[in-house]
Design a protein around this ligand. Structure first.
Ligand SMILES: NC(=O)c1ccc[n+]([C@@H]2O[C@H](COP(=O)([O-])OP(=O)(O)OC[C@H]3O[C@@H](n4cnc5c(N)ncnc54)[C@H](OP(=O)(O)O)[C@@H]3O)[C@@H](O)[C@H]2O)c1
Length: 153
């Protein structure tokens, strides 16, 4: 039987490529997006994959959204957390709003979505969760040689 996959941030970029690949591999796929309704419509018209809109940073929206998705394509076997944003900046320039936006989407979003699917996966004794991260989360964006040399030195 076809596996059911949900890809967050799946109407564009890396998420869209993953959604297409899962569809080609025989999965029933749904995707989420946050606000780009035009791109969502275009993606659905091209692929037939249904898009659902909610903010992954909103816990209650994730619980309700997953319920909605499951009512349409069935219980989720595979979750790909690809929704993410970048607001990269040096610490002395970063605003509290930028920090909060990244933590809400990239970190809380991952927890919220995993939490929304995990009980179903455990009770069905099958589940796969793939979290898309970034090398910038481990290494930072400044190159070490930029950190070790003074300007003009
Ligand atoms: N691109 C890179 O070079 C790169 C490198 C390293 C890691 N990554 C990571 O890979 C993932 C995908 O990157 P990408 O470049 O493919 O991204 P992208 O093209 O900018 O697409 C991001 C997707 O996430 C959705 N999204 C953003 N905030 C959301 C929220 N709060 N709730 C729900 N959906 C939200 C967007 O929705 P809308 O379409 O409605 O805006 C969009 O569909 C991200 O987690 C990113 O950090 C990317």
């Amino acid at each position: 039987m076809a596996r059911v996959a949900l890809v967050t941030g799946g109407i564009r970029g890396i998420g869209a490529a993953i959604a297409r690949a899962l569809q080609s591999a025989g999965c029933r796929v749904a995707v989420t997006f946050s606000g780009n309704a035009e791109a969502a419509q275009a993606f659905q018209a091209e692929t037939g994959i249904p898009p659902f809109q909610w903010d992954v940073g909103d816990f209650a929206a994730c619980i309700g959204g997953v319920r909605q998705v499951e009512a349409v394509i069935g219980p989720i076997d595979i979750l790909v957390n690809s929704a993410g944003i970048g607001r990269d900046s040096a610490l002395h320039k970063m605003t509290r709003e930028q920090w909060d936006a990244v933590i809400s989407t990239n970190l809380n979003g991952m927890f919220n979505m995993c939490r929304a699917v995990i009980e179903g996966m455990r009770s069905r004794k099958f589940g796969r969760i793939i979290n898309i991260s970034s090398i910038n989360g481990q290494r930072g964006q400044f190159r070490p040689d930029e950190l070790c040399h003074r300007k003009g030195g």
